[in-house]
Design a protein around this ligand. Structure first.
Ligand code: MG
Length: 411
């Protein structure tokens, strides 16, 4: 693994493969970060890396149901995606999602399901066929909605589908996380996945999210549910993202991101903690997609380095892993990913089936803008790869300018 030969060559990867890789590698990222609970609940990145080395490194890992099962993240994303491909919309779709969430709660044994999700599902079961809405939850800012919503970006990958993406992200998100920090995490995961499919330059993603937030607020106001509570709790997500983009110097969506001179396992642990809600990087709706984005921006272009940044850290690494894996797949397909990391992945067949259905749904409506295959925009596609490649180098080169330790820089 590693080296130029395994660098992503997304310019040549067909769109269908990127759909497939998005779903399959999200499951692989979840399974790798989770490691049967052992790594999800190990809060030391250096220790996880020591254990990874003892296992012979990522290239030696065979992901399978016994040693690396998928966690609640993948089970819930499958539930959501299997509702999305029914072709329903509006209330019918949301009732279908609620039903799938309830059904998937029976498949949580040994998967460390999140309490907020399970509490909401319990409530939905009580109200079955009456309502999929739960009360506003001031403590509902966890990552449970963000970790499952990448599939929404595969259903609505085009810029002109942004309103659909916003609505389905928010409604499915607030079924379990009725708090802006929670459901805006779902919006971020879905939006970034759509950007990956579009091959939108990486530095534009953060600004794209910020530009989308006012549209999300408008939707909240239009639907009229919990408007005052949503407004009261709205700013945390926006503020955290504003600070992050400022720190990386990409608020304008144009500049090259800046990273500390030394950004190793220990430094990343410190940084991920510093952006978290309670010292547990990736545990919230704002920082799970943020860490995934940071990993996509900062890794050297290979799956192995991406996993080191996005999956193997102290914190909620199955939830950052499930998002990071999806984004890599949407951008690059299976390029540079060792087959053993996904060949025998639990539920691979379901993930592949969903990917195929989502891909086909995007090709049957001829009225929609054709999704461009990357080969038609070679410069831009390659630019993504080059951006990623350069960033590591640039981070080193710019160390003298940036200087500030990652932890402090977020203050
Ligand atoms: Mg999990």
């Amino acid at each position: 693994m590693g080296g130029a030969h395994s660098r992503p060559s997304n310019a040549a990867v067909p769109l269908e493969e990127r759909y497939m890789a998005c779903m399959v590698l999200s499951g692989a990222g979840d399974a790798l970060g989770y490691k049967k609970g052992k790594w999800e609940f190990n809060f030391s990145g250096p220790e996880i890396h020591r254990e990874l080395k003892e296992l012979g490194g990522l290239g030696n890992i065979q992901v399978n149901k016994d040693d690396f099962p998928v966690s609640d993240d993948t089970v819930m994303q499958l539930a959501l995606a299997e509702a999305l491909v029914q072709g329903k919309r509006g209330e019918d779709l949301y009732k279908e999602i609620s039903t799938k969430f309830q059904e998937c709660s029976m498949d949580m044994g040994g998967r460390a399901a999140g309490q907020t999700c399970m509490d909401a599902v319990y409530r939905m079961k009580q109200d079955r066929y009456i309502s999929y809405r739960i009360p506003f939850n001031a403590k509902g800012g966890g990552c449970g909605a963000a970790m499952r919503s990448m599939c929404i970006g595969l259903l609505f990958p085009r810029p002109e589908e942004i309103q659909d993406l916003i609505e389905v992200s928010i409604e499915s998100g607030r079924m379990t996380h009725n708090n802006p920090t929670g459901y805006l995490g779902a919006l971020a995961s879905a939006l970034f996945t759509s950007y990956g499919i579009q091959q939108k330059p990486l530095v534009e993603w953060g600004k794209g999210l910020m530009d989308t937030l006012p549209l999300a607020m408008r939707y909240i106001e239009e639907t009229g549910f919990d408007v005052e509570n949503n407004k009261k709790h709205w700013d945390y997500f926006t503020d955290q993202w504003t600070k992050y983009l400022k720190l990386r110097q990409i608020s304008d969506g144009k500049s090259k991101p800046v990273f500390p001179w030394k950004y190793g396992v220990k430094e990343r642990d410190e940084f991920y903690k510093s952006i978290s809600f309670a010292d547990h990087g990736g545990n919230s709706g704002h920082d799970a997609p943020m860490i995934a984005y940071d990993a996509i921006l900062s890794h050297n272009g290979t799956w192995t380095d991406l996993c080191h940044h996005g999956m193997f850290h102290g914190g909620d690494n199955d939830s950052t892993g499930v998002i990071t894996g999806a984004l890599f797949g949407a951008l690059n397909g299976f390029s540079s990913v060792p087959e053993g990391n996904y060949k025998n992945l639990e539920y691979r067949d379901r993930l592949e089936n969903i990917a195929t259905l989502l891909f086909e749904m995007n090709h049957k409506d001829e009225a929609k803008t054709k999704l461009e295959e990357p080969k038609s925009i070679p410069g831009e596609a390659q630019q993504n790869c080059e951006d990623t490649k350069n960033l590591s180098g640039k981070a080193t080169a710019e160390s003298g300018e940036t200087k500030s330790p990652t932890g402090k820089a977020t203050e």
